[in-house]
Ligand binder design. Structure first.
Ligand code: GLV
Length: 319
């Protein structure tokens, strides 16, 4: 069995896999698409990650391939429909992603509302010229406010628990409403997308990126939001029409945004960098040492479980 890993990773995450199989891992950098394309015909398993495209062309060039084990909960980098049609198994790593991503969403909410990064930046850059006083740097309350979560999967639920602990009201929207038991346990109320946008003080996107969720927040949706509302995106950039967001922030259609992901790749539109009411992080939702290692171990568990049947595999069942 030959296993190809496309990304550079803490080696300890792959110890068990390396003790059992022939594993090719890059060092100090990720493999390029061209390198993987060249190597893939020899491999049985491909361990990919979120920004590595596993497309038809690559799958068609991989006669031995049986498993695509993605690093991450999201799998929009993979042509899942085609992979499944070709009889391949696709796996992902939802468990270790949940808590750190919900924590970052909460961090962006608090930061944007209470202007933490903005104040830090002003203290550093303006020093004693920064205006300080009882009526300066006023923020938004968080406790007692309404959080609207779009996409109530694992991360949405984890965020709802955190928001409840802060004394927030939580409303949510997703394709299928949760059962009453889950809603009661989580203390959340199902509403239409329109009602959510109109009522929420914070709107958090926690849905996967699919053709249905592309630009789930665009000009129309931003207009439905309160002028005091804050948009949080820790899911995938293309869920938000970033040009429309820039316009809405400029014109005061909404108050602020906390973004960990951007529509056009690794960096935000330059206009966002100029705005004090926006907090930006470069896709760090799972960026802790522990999470990196646990996610790698989860990838290995998926691979070993698939090859040996001795442990559960987190299978992606549909695109
Ligand atoms: C992170 O973005 C993930 O998909 O796990």
């Amino acid at each position: 069995m030959k296993i190809l890993v496309t990304y550079d990773m803490f080696r300890e995450g792959f110890t068990e896999l390396e003790s059992k199989y022939e594993v090719t891992l890059p060092e100090g950098r990720d493999f390029t698409y061209e390198e993987v394309f060249e190597m893939i015909p020899e491999y049985d398993v491909l361990c990919s990650m979120l920004d590595f495209p596993v497309n038809k062309e690559l799958i068609d060039h991989a006669p031995k391939l049986r498993l695509i084990a993605n690093y991450g909960v999201g799998y929009n980098n993979i042509d899942v429909a085609y992979a499944l049609e070709k009889g391949l198994t696709v796996a992902n790593t939802p468990d270790p992603v949940t808590a750190p991503t919900a924590n970052l969403a909460l961090g962006l909410m608090l930061d944007t509302a209470r202007r933490i990064t903005e104040c830090d930046r002003k203290l550093r850059t303006l020093g004693k010229d920064m205006k300080i006083g009882m009526l300066e740097n006023l923020g938004m309350p968080v406790t007692g406010q309404t959080l609207g979560i779009i996409g109530m999967g694992r991360i949405g639920k984890a965020l709802a628990k955190r928001a409840n602990a802060l004394g927030m009201d939580v409303i949510y929207h997703k394709r299928r409403q949760l059962c009453i038991d889950d809603e009661t346990k989580l203390n959340v109320t199902y509403v239409s997308k329109e009602e959510l946008l109109a009522k929420a003080d914070f709107v958090s996107l926690n849905a996967p990126y699919t053709p249905d969720t592309y630009h789930i927040i665009g000009e129309e949706e931003l207009k439905l939001m309160k002028p005091s509302a804050i948009l949080i995106n820790t899911a995938r950039g293309p869920l938000v029409d970033e040009h429309a967001l820039v316009k809405a922030l400029r014109e005061g259609t909404i108050h602020g945004a906390g973004l960990d992901v951007f529509e056009f790749g690794d960096y935000p539109l330059p206009e966002l960098l100029e705005m004090d009411n926006v907090v930006l992080t470069p896709h760090i939702g799972t960026q802790t040492t522990e999470t990196r290692i646990i996610m790698a171990r989860t990838v290995c568990n998926n691979v070993i479980g698939f090859l040996e049947g001795d442990r559960p595999v987190s299978r992606v069942l549909r695109p």
